[in-house]
Design a binder for this molecule. Structure first.
Ligand SMILES: CC(C)(COP(=O)(O)OP(=O)(O)OC[C@H]1O[C@@H](n2cnc3c(N)ncnc32)[C@H](O)[C@@H]1OP(=O)(O)O)[C@@H](O)C(=O)NCCC(=O)NCCS
Length: 138
């Protein structure tokens, strides 16, 4: 797998990847999510490719206090081969380079596989309840 920043030509492949990985939700328009990310720290939005085909993605950001990770995905046929670990490792490296002291992420309730994956990478549940409020309906 080669990891590199997302570019606009990857859009269709990335949306397909997110669909195949069950990451899309009616309240999130993936095309709008991509457009917003390209305006803010686009260098922290990476894709993974195998033989030039997009099979992985990760979208990260540093807000000056915490780093955040979203849209981590490895296509089903490539899962379990260490690519998710490598994508997380690369983003941790890029966040660390910016002085980011801690990485946060949210896992949808019931995504047991992702919970096991993040635990294997040294992540643990924080003593916190995650709240959110949408301020732009897509
Ligand atoms: C979660 C996801 C990104 C993991 O990527 P992956 O490439 O399959 O994971 P890796 O092969 O890098 O696994 C890394 C470690 O996690 C652990 N792990 C992965 N899947 C696991 C599972 N189902 N059960 C237990 N442990 C698991 C492995 O033990 C592995 O450790 P090892 O390297 O010591 O063997 C991938 O399964 C995926 O895209 N899932 C669908 C989308 C999703 O849920 N994304 C996360 C949103 S929060």
């Amino acid at each position: 797998m080669i990891m590199r920043p997302f570019n606009a030509a990857d859009t269709d492949a990335v949306v397909q990847l997110w669909t195949d990985c069950g990451l899309t939700r009616p309240q999130n328009n993936p095309l709008v999510d991509i457009e917003r990310k390209l305006a803010v720290q686009p260098e922290l939005f990476l894709v993974g490719t195998v033989q030039d085909a997009v099979m992985g993605s990760i979208m990260a950001g540093y807000d000056g206090h915490r780093g955040w990770v979203n849209y981590l995905a490895v296509s089903p046929e490539h899962q379990g081969a260490g690519f998710g670990r490598r994508l997380m490792g690369e983003v941790e490296r890029l966040l660390l380079k910016r002085g980011c002291p801690k990485v946060n992420l949210q896992i949808r309730a019931g995504n047991e596989r992702a919970i096991a994956f993040y635990r294997a990478l040294g992540y643990a549940a924080d003593e916190a309840v995650s709240f959110g409020k949408r301020i732009i309906p897509d």
